[in-house]
Ligand binder design. Structure first.
Ligand code: ZN
Ligand code: ZN
Length: 428
């Protein structure tokens, strides 16, 4: 069984970046070269291994269990043998379906086994209890896993300061109640100094309202379209300020799909939010210029010209790769740009930020940073660890596993930072 299978933190950025990419034809080989994927027999598909030195053997894994649909958890599942089923939450399976018909999904071809909170499923000798957690994408889960050697828990990615923070508390309570002995926890923001402002989603909405009220011209913003909390935050800010939220076709297609999830609040495409209509191919908005999944949005779409005409009434979601659309929109100077994403934390991020700032300056807009993280700050990770009170804690998804010692002044549990290629035992 594999628990999440995504891209690494730095994702091989020493060897690959936006200008140098692994070759598709070499499957997993270009990633094996730099140890960016482990060479595990019986895991990968024939296609992933066809041009590598690693020989294909029939699957020796019975499942991939996926906590949520972010690429650092799901992004490498495409290399795994497609006969191995993927267990994921119902919402994750809807996101997968939406992306399968638009830009593609790493889960494609795998049998999908869906679960919800309260379900139980067994994989070999292990019994899984999935429990929802709050994170920056809907359908995120942690797991309590009962094994013959004892009970362990895996947090997935989590936060307490989002709109559904109580779900993460449910996870902590249940993991404690079920007697978790070994805890695998993320610690993205467990850092020597956590200087990111700990904004809640509510605070993002309040600040966005202020910014929009103070702007007469266009407002445009970069944020992750699958962060449905953020879509709702800006939709609410638009309601309060009399603007229309305009999203890309990819986001529109996702929102349409997520309507099927009764547990989610999702704005309605065409009623609550509008869709931006990009020029493609002939540039004349012909049906044949667009993919089949895009065509339903053409008739109601707003073009660059429509946006320019109503620029004072629009809040436009525009990812950085779509910034050239601003050349067509030709917005009046004096608008506001909201960077509703993580601030740059490495060189590549800083270069991207410079490009964004240059565009914002070029159109004569004000640059604003406004973001609530998908991850709990270090202090709250400490609260989770103490709340579950496992005997052994294995920090993963963190650059500073040793810093977890600061959460255990009484030395009441064992800290075991993972070592590549070495097993972790249940006993302390
Ligand atoms: Zn995540
Ligand atoms: Zn993650």
């Amino acid at each position: 069984m594999v628990l999440d299978f995504g891209t690494g933190f730095s994702d091989g950025s020493d060897y690959y970046d936006s200008s140098v990419s692994p070759r598709g034809v070499n499957g997993a080989g270009d990633l094996f070269e730099f140890d960016l994927l482990p060479q595990i027999p019986g895991l990968y598909s024939e296609g992933a291994l066809q041009n590598t030195d690693v020989e294909y053997v029939a699957p020796e894994f019975d499942a991939v269990v996926l906590s949520h649909y972010h690429s650092d958890h799901a992004g490498r599942i495409g290399y795994i043998d497609p006969t191995i089923p993927v267990y994921c939450g119902e919402t994750t399976s809807l996101i997968h379906e939406a992306y399968s018909s638009s830009t593609g999904s790493p889960l494609r071809g795998h049998p999908i086994r869906k679960f919800r909170t309260g379900d139980k499923f067994t994989i070999g000798p292990m019994e899984f209890h999935p429990i929802h957690v709050d994170h920056s994408i809907p359908g995120a889960y942690g797991f309590v896993i009962h094994t013959s050697g004892g009970t362990m828990a895996y947090t997935g990615d989590f936060r307490f300061h989002g709109p559904a923070g109580s779900m993460t508390r449910d996870f902590v309570d249940q993991a404690r109640r079920e007697g978790t002995g070994l805890l695998l926890t993320e610690g993205t923001r467990v850092r020597p100094v956590d200087d990111a402002a700990n904004m809640s989603e509510t605070a993002v909405r309040k600040d966005a309202v202020k910014m929009v009220k103070g702007t007469k011209a266009l407002v445009f913003s970069t944020f992750r379209g699958n962060d449905v909390d953020r879509v709702n935050t800006f939709f609410d800010a638009c309601q309060e300020t009399g603007r229309r939220l305009v999203v890309s076709m990819k986001v529109a297609a996702l929102l349409e799909k997520l309507k099927a999830d009764r547990g989610l609040r999702v704005p309605r495409v065409g009623k609550d939010v509008d869709v931006y209509l990009r020029r493609k191919k002939t540039g004349k908005f012909d049906d044949s210029d667009y993919y089949a999944w895009e065509r339903p949005f053409i008739a109601k779409g707003l073009s660059a010209r429509d946006i320019r005409k109503g620029q004072g009434e629009v809040f436009l979601h525009l990812e950085a790769w779509n910034f050239p659309e601003l050349i067509d929109i030709k917005p009046d100077r004096g608008g506001t740009y909201i960077h509703a994403a993580t601030e740059a934390f490495n060189e590549e991020g800083e270069r991207e930020e410079t490009v964004i700032r240059n565009w914002v300056e070029h159109v004569g807009f004000r640059y604003a940073q406004l973001h609530a993280s998908g991850h709990a700050p270090g202090t709250e990770v400490g609260e989770l660890v103490r709340g579950i009170s496992a005997k052994k804690v294995v920090p993963i998804h963190t650059e500073y596993p040793e810093l977890f010692r600061r959460f255990d002044r009484e030395r009441s549990w064992v800290l075991e930072p993972p070592v590549r290629g070495e097993a972790v035992s249940m006993d302390s």
